[in-house]
Design a protein around this ligand. Structure first.
Ligand code: GLU
Length: 282
């Protein structure tokens, strides 16, 4: 099978050295294996995503010597595919509307009967306040959540994915533990609005026939969610390669607001692509 991998940045700021590492790793891997390298613009966050950041992504990656297939997939064009995925989960009774704000969740979790607060890949595990609500009673401003207790009835005992990063392994996910370890994740932030990253990424990787997901190890825990959603949606499970994160001299992960390490600034300071490769030891 042809290896197909991708780089999936969000156009919400300047790309930095960490993004360059991720993109180059995926690109070189595809080249080495005679595979395909795709680019996907993850512009689901409609407030923070901006066309000029998207253009900057193309400019930076071209400068680095990368090329990709066109047309580029943009998540803002994919509403119909996300709607269909939610519909398929909803038809099985796995989706419910949720009106809880962060403050509601915090106060529900601080109730004496709740015991210890558990954290999952998305932060605190949702206490399930709205779980009994039906989709028919959804309000305009509600989010949509996956009912994980119900979802596991549609899953096998365990799920498996293959990791090829610095610690190659076969990982098993025990489905019975998903309600406690992952909980009722958000699928859509607003009934008719913004889709959640987890659902979008799973639907799009499958649509683009991605066989090998290359991305930072900060997303390792989210993979459990993605494998679960892909299985529920009857989609293939890709292989995963979670790579090391590029850090600054204090060991801190680079962030988009860290303009000094952006590719744009490094280029304006006179660096050449080879200097970037040297910095990244790639
Ligand atoms: N869009 C995500 C980001 O910029 C990456 C998604 C992924 O690789 O799965 O962090």
């Amino acid at each position: 099978m042809t290896l197909t991998t991708r780089f999936a940045p969000s156009p919400t700021g300047l790309l930095h050295l960490g993004h360059a590492f991720s993109a180059l790793l995926a690109f070189q891997l595809a080249q080495k294996q005679g595979g395909r390298f795709l680019l996907r613009i993850e512009d689901v966050d409609t407030t923070r995503s901006k066309p000029h950041w998207e253009q900057q992504i193309y400019d930076d990656l071209t400068w680095l010597g990368l090329s990709w297939e066109t047309p580029v997939m943009r998540q803002s064009d994919r509403t119909a595919a996300y709607d269909a995925a939610i519909q398929s989960l909803a038809e099985r009774g796995l989706v419910y509307p949720c009106s809880c704000s962060r403050a509601d969740i915090k106060s529900a979790l601080s109730a004496p009967q709740e015991g210890d607060v558990h954290h999952g890949p998305d932060g605190v595990i949702y206490p399930g306040t709205c779980r009994g609500r039906r989709l028919q009673e959804a309000q305009h401003t509600d989010a949509l959540r996956l009912n994980m207790e119900e979802a596991i009835k549609h899953l096998p005992t365990s799920l498996r994915f293959r990791e090829h990063g610095e610690n190659p392994a076969q990982h098993d996910i025990e489905c019975a533990a998903l309600p406690a370890d992952v909980g009722d994740i958000v699928l859509r932030r607003r009934i008719s609005g913004e889709i959640a990253y987890h659902l979008a990424v799973v639907v799009d990787d499958a649509a683009q026939k991605v066989t090998y997901v290359t991305r930072g190890s900060d997303l390792f825990d989210a993979t459990k969610i993605h494998v679960t959603l892909a299985t529920l949606l009857g989609l293939p499970i890709p292989h995963y390669h979670h790579h090391r994160l590029v850090r600054d001299e204090n060991g801190k992960r680079l962030a988009k607001r860290d303009d000094a390490r952006s590719l744009k600034s490094l280029r304006e300071q006179g660096n050449l692509p080879q200097d970037i490769f040297d910095m990244l030891k790639i």
